[in-house]
Design a protein around this ligand. Sequence first.
Ligand SMILES: Cc1ncc(COP(=O)(O)O)c(C=O)c1O
Length: 430
Amino acid sequence: MHSVPLLVESIESINQITNNPTDDDDRARTYFGSFCDIRSSSTMFLDVDCSISSSPITTSCYLDVEGYRFAMMETTSNVERTYCITFKDVEAAAGRIEGTAYRTPVLTSSSINSKAPGIDDRQFFFKSEAMQRTGSFKFRGALNAIRSILESQQNPAPSSLSVVTHSSGNHAQALALAAKLSSNTKTKVHATIVMPQNTPLVKKNAVQAFGADIVMVESTNEAREEEADRIVAETGATFVHPSEDPRVIAGQGTVCLELVQQVKEMGAELDAVIIPVGGGGLASGNLVALRALLGTRVKIVLAEPAVLDDAKRSFEAKELLKHASDNMLDSVADGLKTTLGPNTWPIVRDLADDIFIVTENEILQATKLVWERLKVCIEPSAGVGVAVALSEEFSQKYSSNQGIRNVGVILCGGNVDVLKIATRMQAIGL
Ligand SMILES: Cc1ncc(COP(=O)(O)O)c(C=O)c1O
């Protein structure tokens, strides 16, 4: 199986990628039309038995699908796009982490359903990654990265592997535990985490408890990156970026691989999914997984705090932008402070339907609601997705009139200083 992302702009663009537009018109509709709604401009993620071969004559390559050959014309250079991962990588990641990462529960709450403004048949499906090992989805990507590196060095198996990353948060704990659990009598896996000086003690302690080394640096991005680069150069350790590493992205995609299956087991099918976005590892892995599994019929909405709206501004401008210099950057959703990068941005740009932003008060309100109703101690970064799910903007654009009833929401993490956040809730009268 090959995963082939194609940007389908119109029926005409499908005609262009067939060998002979007149003869192959029906054939194109049969094959491509079954994967997406070809009437609308959309990105289709085709995942079928196919192969791509080069041609020296009039076409850049052929796409062979189930015995039929479609020529992808040079004139449609916007048709084919490739990303740093494919759906196959997500499936392989699922195999690698199975039995070590938890298959986290999918929770529902009729009381939260009834809070969707102006909608009486909303059904939310909350994928509870706050209950994942180390308290966030980050464990999936970290474990897949370490196991992929070990797999690639199998002959002969190394006696030791060193990985390094920079993170003050959930990726640090995830990589530390993934290293510990991947060590065995033959191979010792060791993690070094570069952390900024202002990292809370509780997070440092957690990382140390998993046996990782910590190197403290100044609280700037440059200082962290320079130190990680120095460690790589001096020790030969493998760098595992928190959101840009393709092995991490593929691992994060296993969240929705499970979610789609679990919702099916509950007798439903997802119409939309809401995913919080920071560096975009979670979003891009799951965008690839969802497009492969459900095509363009599922709406995928990314969620971020209004004070950290770099992804939304990038999406609107169609170019990768950093944080606006006048933004406060001190959102209660501290997991979402990072920005998209060269690997995650093209996937977000092409495969997401929308990016919605929410205020700090909305985030705190949604976080409290989940604590009270779902009895899951989420962190505010997860509250961002819930706040979008309960916003007027989302309800208006994605209602039953548009065929959207069942909405998945990823509760991405649960590492929270409860007293600190409760004090902020109190301060705004919650
Ligand atoms: C709990 C939580 N949610 C969401 C994110 C954002 O993930 P990504 O950087 O892959 O977008 C993070 C990142 O640290 C996180 O810790």
